[in-house]
Design a protein around this ligand. Sequence first.
Ligand code: PLP
Length: 428
Amino acid sequence: MLADVPAAATSRAVIDLDALAHNARVLARTAGTPWLAVVKADAYGHGIEAVATTCLAAGATWLGTAQLAEALHLRALLDARGTARPQPGPDAVTTPRSPRLLAWLVPFLTPKQAAAPGSALRQALDADIDLSVSTLAQLEALAAAARAAGRPARVHLKADTGMSRAGATADDLPALARASRRAEEEGVLDVVGLWSHLSRADEPSSGSTEEHLERFRHAEDVVRAAGLAPRVRHLAATGGLLWHPDTRLDLVRAGIGLYGLSPDPSVATSAELGLRPVMRVEAPLVQVKRIPAGQAVSYGGTWTAPTDRWLGLVPLGYSDGLPRAAASAGPVAVGGLRTTIVGKVCMDQVVIDLGPAVGPDGEAVPAPAAPGDPAVLWGDPHAEGADSATPTADDWAAVCGTISYEIVTRLGARVPRVPTGGGEPVTR
Ligand SMILES: *Cc1c(COP(=O)(O)O)cnc(C)c1O
């Protein structure tokens, strides 16, 4: 049974919360550590509220977002449903009933801007959100906000261990650590964590992850030498969690695996990992029709019917996040038939091939599908009751030259997310 779908919506993304809880259990068992559920980008396009709730029920003690705005939104959702704020103090236990929130992308502010009432950093302090700090300028702004607010900021210092994205390089970390220690002594900062991110965790034997880990150990020596005592060291996302046990440390940050997708299907597919894809994108066909051999389809006429043909019209397009690279390639399942988009992807619609309308002896072949039949773009072919012809987000990624992360996160806001399972209240 499904929750409400807006009556006029032409498509939906069904979010299987039972699959999500299953994936969480698989990853938590593998990691053997506390885990942070990465719910950035609206939970990878799955809908942050239902995903966060399910992850907490499945044992997540941390929730993480990239942008501070997402973490503030999350805190408001948790407050509204009565989820406790974490206890203050260094020895407070973090539990799923009072989870901690971490954000790692914060707007750049000067100390003066940061100290102003209502600044983004003051909002973060008020909302009990832990923040990542990579630079002295970020540290000074956060210290200014904390001074003005009269309460210390909880910080995870980020070391750059080889990705060269955020994080302090080995050259810059000692000064950042010393300044952090001074701010702790002043009472405006608590360095609770040291963290970094792996750049090649999906390459089990490149040697890159071992180098990251070595640099991480060095960073830990540097911050300890400055007098800091970070209690939560974290490095692994899903790839590290699965394929580099040494990187699990005190906490793992699980993203893509929670959503039932492999960080790299060329290393192991989600089915091989025992993960179940959580999102199923589908739209009932709005039209089925016959066209003659030689007729071109969609803008530019880039695909031409090789025989008299049945076509289906699917009300999803690039404004809903379907890549234009899926022209005459994006896989679709309709009633056990595996087919593809034909011709270009339009803004709101695509056309799919439903097969020949004439048989080898010239006899008429009836349409294999009717208006209202669901066209499934991606989902879990192995799910109970699923169409076994269902493509996966990895299939879409392969034909579009991208990764499953991009396929699911790009799904447009116009497609209603419909949670199912998970003990959520269900209505029709
Ligand atoms: C997105 C992200 C993650 C999660 O990565 P997955 O590969 O989806 O598990 C973890 N940490 C950071 C810093 C991230 O940006």
